[in-house]
Every structure is written in structure tokens, then in C-alpha cells.
Design a protein around this ligand. Structure first.
Ligand code: UDP
Length: 480
């Protein structure tokens, strides 16, 4: 269907993503999806982030319905270096709170845009909690985009309400999160709610308070993937929510997808030529998203584990040669030549995952990566680090049964404190996930079926497509 209109002008949605690739990528996909339905869309961002977005949509068929609007990222006297407008360019972890603080200075520019453009609705990132107040000043509904699964949002809520971590006496004693549709066992050091570091608990409280005052939540997920949790979120938690994903499937132009997020550091011909020589389901793709920056000691364990496994791999390392290569054992790349490919920098992740040679995905369980792996029908090795990633691991391993855990014990801020994962755990899980035995086959079959359902969900008349239409209709009705 096309966008509902009143007085002949199309519905106008303003998208305001947090400036980090894991947040910008799905929101830009989302803007393209709405634009394909005839909705007028504006993506609001800062000047240095605009080129990434422009490159991503430049050749898209929906380009003419998408406007990129910049607002200044005001500088402050101390703190971030010039040009640091994206989470992935923050030079050191101590500056993360400074970056968050500085995003609050976007409020003035945001309100100017609201006043000039008066969109029908704003979809803004969870980190921009203050957008609830701004939109209410202009009587514009705000929709929150967390970029989380329904499962994670339900888990957060039940942990907040019932505080199960208070009923155990040691870090290793596990408990079941009360009241969720399935029995999810965790330990207290897997929960930021217990560890309470880095200001995250206050941040979670702000997210919730701001969501309560918002109109609803839009979710990058699909009903068939986590229906018990979609129902729980809507019926038990009483939230207004629309599932419209997987968003990565909405951006399927082969030329355009190359620029998704950032320009890839490897030429398409190179990785494709390499993968084309491999058997189906025989290569593990290893990547930890756009933010996690493992210390050299972790990277070294990964080299040892991958080599010991004897399996083929593509590994994305967020470093360039000029950062130094202490993590790389001498002669490693020569030894693994033909068996392993290291991509330094940015990989065209969605395209690689879709290649039939990829048989597993070792991931930090960021929700975009998780959903991209599911959409591609690839089973997982889970290595969550922070944010809601430890909840996503539970969904993948315990609920969907499409992954094996590498054995993370603790929630970590910026990947720099938990060094408990050693090469032998990596070796074991890589062998296990790529095995040809019954367990591995079962995981593969399950995730392939989810991939089929994911594709169906975004087709015309599928569950996500219908929810998208329902959302547009509801927005039209608000015009009154
Ligand atoms: N990504 C990519 N190439 C890379 C690293 C990341 O295309 O080399 C994309 C990935 O496909 C996903 C996003 O960046 O869409 C990362 O989001 P996710 O939620 O998985 O993790 P985050 O980066 O937010 O921790």
C-alpha cells in the first residue's frame, strides 16, 4: 500500500539516529523502507555523519523521498577532539560520557527543525531521551527506536521489576528471570543492573521514563521470531509497538548495500573470489560489530583458537596495519593463507553472511548482527560483551537454539576487563558449530527455517509488512 494521506500531502516522518553505526544503519534502512511506501522521510544527523548516510542511499530507488538534514554538533571547550561526531571515533573509553553529554546539545538544532518542518512523527533513538520533551512542545508524537529485540526489552523490564539478582549470594549462583515466557537463567555479573557501572543504570531509567511518555516503539524484528515476547511486550507490559524487520532485508540492492554503514575496506571481488572456492556452510565469519574493540590479548587468543580449530574463517579486525600488529603471531597470515582471510577495518557484513559458504557467525550478539545472521540462515557462536548483548545470547542459545556460547561469564564495559575466554574455548566452539553431527545439523535447520520466515515477514502481506502499513495508517489517523 502507499502512504495514507490527508489533504493530499504524504505522511512525513523525521528519523533521528544516535551517531553510531549500529544505530544509524538500521534507521537509515528504516527510512528507506518507509520511503518505499510513499512516506516523505527526513534523516537528521550531524555534518560529519551525513556523507555515510548519503552514500548508503545515493542510488536507492527511494532516494527522492529521503531528505538528509544536518544540525551542528556544537563543540565544547574540553573533551572530544575536533571531528569526533561518531561513537566509533571516540579516542578512549573515558570520553564516552563526554560524547553522550555533548549529544544533549543537539536539542536546540533539533527543535529548530521541528519548528521548521513539523513532521507527522519523529522516530528517535533511545539515547536521545530529551526528544520526548522537545516533540511534546510541538505536539508531535515521538516513537522510540531502541534497536533491541522484544526479548531484550522484556528481560530488562522483568529484571528491573523483580531484581532477581538480589536473591543470590554469589557471582556464580544462577537464577531464573521471573515472569518471562521461558525460563531464562543468568548470573548477577551478567547483568548491568547488578554491576551498575559506567552510568548505565541511570541511563536505563532515563530510557524507560522517556519511553513511557512516548507514543510507541518501533522494533527491528519480526513476529515469527519471538512471538511470545512480542505478545508479552504488547499485552503484559502494555506497550504500543510495531515490528517491521528484519530491516537488513529491505535494503537488497547489490550495488547499494556495499556502502551500508561505511565503505568496505575490501573489494567485493576479493572476498567473493575467496569464498566462491569454498564448500557450502564451511566458513566461520568472525566479527564483533562497530564498537567492540578487543585488546591485543583477546585478539591473540582468537588467532590461536581459529588456527587450532583447523576450520576456514573470515575475521574482521577493527584495526589497521598502522595501529601496530602485536596481536598477530609471527607468520600467522602466511600459515593460514587459503584457510583464513583477515579483513582489517569494515566488512560488507550482510553480503558476506549471505554467501552460501558461510556456515557460522561468531558474534558479539549486537542485535543488528544477530538479526542479519538469522536473515542469512547462519548459526552462531555467541560472544556477548555489553549493552543488551548478554540477553540476545540467551535468545539465540536457549530460546531459538541456533547457537553455541563461547562461555562469557560477565557483562563488560568496552571489552577490556573480561579476559576469561581462551583459545581452547574458541577452538572447541568453532569445531562444534561447523560439525556435521546431529546437533549442528539441527541448529542449521532451525536457523534456515527462521531465515525463510524472515523473508516472508517483509514480503507484501507478511507480518512485518502488515505492521508497517498499520503504523502508517495510525499516523494518518493522528492527523485528525
Ligand atoms: N557492520 C558492518 N561491517 C563491519 C562491522 C559492522 O557492516 O565490519 C555492520 C553490521 O552489519 C551491523 C552493524 O554494523 O549492521 C553493527 O550493529 P550491531 O547491532 O551488530 O552491533 P554494534 O556495532 O551496535 O555493537
Amino acid at each position: 500500500m502507499g502512504a495514507e494521506t490527508t489533504e493530499h500531502s504524504p505522511i512525513h516522518i523525521m528519523f533521528f539516529p544516535f551517531m553510531g553505526h549500529g544505530h544509524m544503519i538500521p534507521m537509515v534502512d528504516m527510512a528507506q523502507l518507509f520511503a518505499s511506501k510513499g512516506v516523505k522521510t527526513t534523516i537528521l544527523t550531524t555534518p560529519l555523519n551525513a556523507p555515510f548516510i548519503f552514500k548508503t542511499i545515493e542510488k536507492s530507488k527511494t532516494h527522492s523521498n529521503i531528505n538528509i538534514q544536518t544540525i551542528m554538533f556544537p563543540s565544547v571547550e574540553e573533551g572530544l577532539p575536533d571531528g569526533c561526531e561518531n561513537f566509533d571515533s571516540i579516542p578512549s573509553p573515558e570520553l564516552v560520557p563526554v560524547f553522550f553529554k555533548r549529544t544533549e546539545l543537539l536539542q536546540e538544532g533539533f527543535e529548530q527543525q521541528l519548528s521548521l518542518q513539523h513532521p507527522d512523527c519523529v522516530v528517535s533513538d533511545m539515547f536521545f531521551t530529551w526528544t520526548t520533551d522537545s516533540t511534546s512542545k510541538f505536539d508531535i508524537p515521538r516513537i522510540v527506536f531502541y534497536g533491541f529485540s522484544f526479548f531484550a526489552m522484556c528481560a530488562y523490564e522483568c529484571v528491573r521489576l523483580y531484581k532477581p539478582y538480589e536473591n543470590v549470594s554469589s557471582d556464580s549462583e544462577s537464577f531464573v528471570i521471573p515472569n518471562l515466557p521461558s525460563d531464562i537463567k543468568m548470573t548477577r555479573i551478567q547483568l548491568i543492573e547488578y554491576l551498575n557501572i559506567g552510568g548505565w543504570v541511570e541511563r536505563l531509567t532515563k530510557f524507560r521514563e522517556s519511553e513511557e511518555k512516548s507514543y510507541g516503539v518501533v522494533v527491528n524484528s519480526f513476529y515469527e521470531l519471538e512471538k511470545d515476547y512480542v505478545d508479552y511486550f504488547r499485552k503484559i507490559m502494555g506497550r504500543r509497538a510495531w515490528h517491521i524487520g528484519p530491516l537488513s532485508l529491505c535494503n537488497n540492492d547489490k550495488e547499494q548495500i556495499k556502502y551500508r554503514g561505511k565503505q568496505a575496506s575490501i573489494d567485493d571481488n576479493e572476498w567473493k573470489k575467496w569464498l566462491d572456492t569454498k564448500e557450502a556452510n564451511s566458513v566461520v565469519y568472525v566479527s564483533f560489530g562497530s564498537v567492540v574493540n578487543f585488546p591485543d590479548s583477546h585478539l591473540r587468543e582468537i588467532t590461536l583458537g581459529l588456527e587450532a580449530s583447523g576450520q576456514q574463517f573470515i575475521w574482521v579486525v577493527k584495526k589497521s596495519k598502522k595501529d601496530g600488529e602485536e596481536w598477530l603471531p609471527e607468520g600467522f597470515e602466511k600459515r593460514i593463507e587459503g584457510n583464513g582471510l583477515i579483513i582489517r577495518g569494515w566488512a560488507p557484513q550482510v553480503s558476506i553472511l549471505e554467501h552460501e559458504a558461510i556456515g557460522a557467525f561468531m558474534t558479539h550478539c549486537g542485535w543488528n548482527s544477530t538479526l542479519e545472521g538469522i536473515a542469512a540462515g547462519v548459526p552462531f557462536i555467541t560472544w556477548p560483551v555489553s549493552a543488551e548483548q548478554l540477553y540476545n545470547e540467551k535468545l539465540v542459545v536457549d530460546v531459538l537454539k541456533i547457537g553455541v556460547p563461547v562461555g562469557v561469564k560477565r557483562w563488560c564495559l568496552f571489552a577490556d576487563i573480561d579476559d576469561s575466554i581462551k583459545w581452547d574455548a574458541i577452538e572447541k566452539t568453532v569445531r562444534k558449530i561447523l560439525a556435521k553431527d546431529e546437533g549442528a545439523e539441527e541448529r542449521r535447520n532451525k536457523v534456515k527455517e527462521l531465515s525463510r520466515l524472515a523473508r516472508k515477514a517483509v514480503e507484501e502481506g507478511g507480518s512485518s509488512d502488515l505492521d508497517l502499513d498499520a503504523f502508517i495508517v495510525e499516523l494518518s489517523s493522528l492527523r485528525g
